[in-house]
Unconditional design. Sequence first.
Length: 184
Amino acid sequence: MKFEFTEPIRIAANKPFAVLTEDSVKQRPLRLPQDGALSLDRSTLTIPINTKARKTISILLDSTAIESVTGRRLGIKPLRLRVSEQATTGTLSGPIRTKYTRYIVQLLDANGQVLASLDSPKATYHFDYLAPGPYKLRVLIDANQDGRWQGGDPEFKRLPEPVYLLPKPIQVRANWDQVETLSF
């Protein structure tokens, strides 16, 4: 589950950032880093949900533990979801064959927007909980191994580092693990 905020956020380290309620009976606090992850730009909170609930789950983010870096109120509302027996997501994974040691594997949606990134995964890549639809894979190769991919400069004095784009879109289907080899 991903919560996307319009501006960067801070999460208090000494208290739970949310409460997960399962079937209106069982409650458990969620804490970082064991129950979630904050993106590098601090605007997306990802919570992997592993539940034994049979009917509903509810997540209530704590507005005293999560705050905007500007101090504005976030207007956090509880999120209530019904549990379904049918899988509605798929996965995309596969082996990586490369001579490079530093690279970033990016998952792109049909519009070319970056959905997820993996920093130099060893031997295989794996993207979970993908909605059915077409996706693309792009690899930004850090040839000079300085820890980041560098594009070219506007005065054409320096070439950009290499980019590999899988030539065909990948169709992800619900309840399927789509395997695609990356060779670059």
